[in-house]
Design a protein around this ligand. Structure first.
Ligand code: UTP
Length: 268
């Protein structure tokens, strides 16, 4: 059973500058909630009981948001306005935090969760990828697939060919029910993408991923790339991809963020 999840939220968000200099993209408002609340709700609604959020010095707003504000509660109580906090998010599980001292890449951020994962399979949710879906939450879809196949699973979306250069793209053999056996993976292919199957920010990993993350990067490279670790994992232990039902929005770009706002507005 997958009961733990890691949310890496320590990146600089350079595509969102200048606003991300002081407001983390994970805290961008989507209605009255910050984006990361969608992710935390998705995790707990999917059976996750413990979450580790990877933050940095610039992301203390995230820690503050999920904490109680006793001063504000007392203030609202005095004014009989506690109903204003009725939408406040009270996590149903435990949230832990750790800081990534240098933004050395997504692979490095996930690596920091090794002792948290404690030798168990775990989920990873990227907080800048919001998946709207009325049925089973995105990470739950992967957890259910992991429980059937016993291998690490990455979330996939079919993407237009001219957009594939923005994603990690897999090469894979089709299995049943929108699943693929991954044979290779290329990060942001400039030419000749191996398929139209792009990796989106939802994963379930066996603890074996850490042994690959620990042997990266090769000398001279600065970033520890999760994609490279998944490529090696796929070649040795095996790794599957699974198409995720739902609409995915990348709030790391202005287009993705605006499309999410418009979709949420229409749904309300
Ligand atoms: P991105 O690749 O979107 O990087 O990271 P980024 O820094 O957030 O944004 P851009 O590309 O510069 O605009 C995907 C997820 O991984 C986290 C980010 O916070 C984001 O949620 N991440 C990335 C880390 O936690 N640490 C890192 O070193 C890099």
């Amino acid at each position: 059973m997958v009961k733990k999840a890691i949310i890496p939220a320590a990146g600089y968000g350079t595509r969102g500058l200048p606003v991300t200099k002081v407001i983390p993209k994970e805290m961008f408002p989507v209605g009255a909630k910050p984006a990361i609340q969608y992710i935390v709700e998705e995790a707990f609604a999917s059976g996750i009981e413990e979450l580790l959020i990877i933050v940095s010095r610039a992301k203390s707003l995230i820690v503050d948001y999920f904490d109680r504000s006793l001063e504000l509660e007392a203030f609202l109580e005095r004014r009989n306005k506690t109903h204003l906090l009725k939408e406040e998010f009270i996590p149903s599980g435990q949230i832990y935090y750790t800081r990534q001292p240098y933004a050395r890449g997504l692979g490095d951020a996930v690596r920091l969760g090794k002792s948290f994962a404690g030798g168990e399979p775990f989920a990873v949710l990227l907080p800048d990828d919001i998946v709207l879906h009325k049925g089973v939450p995105a990470i739950r879809q992967l957890i259910e697939h992991y429980e059937r196949c016993g291998q690490s699973v990455v979330g996939l979306n079919k993407v237009e060919r001219n957009e594939l250069h923005k994603y990690g793209v897999i090469r894979g053999e089709p299995l049943d029910n929108g699943a693929y056996c991954i044979t290779d993976m290329v990060e942001k292919p400039k030419t000749n993408p191996p398929s139209d199957l792009a990796v989106i920010g939802r994963y379930v990993f066996t603890p074996a991923i850490f042994s690959y993350l620990e042997t990266l990067p090769s000398p001279g490279e600065e970033e520890i790339q999760l994609t490279e670790a998944i490529r090696r994992l796929a070649a040795e232990e095996g790794c599957q991809g699974k198409l995720i039902a739902g609409t995915r929005f990348d709030i790391g770009t202005a287009d993705g963020y605006m499309s999410l706002l418009s979709a949420v507005w229409k749904e309300r």
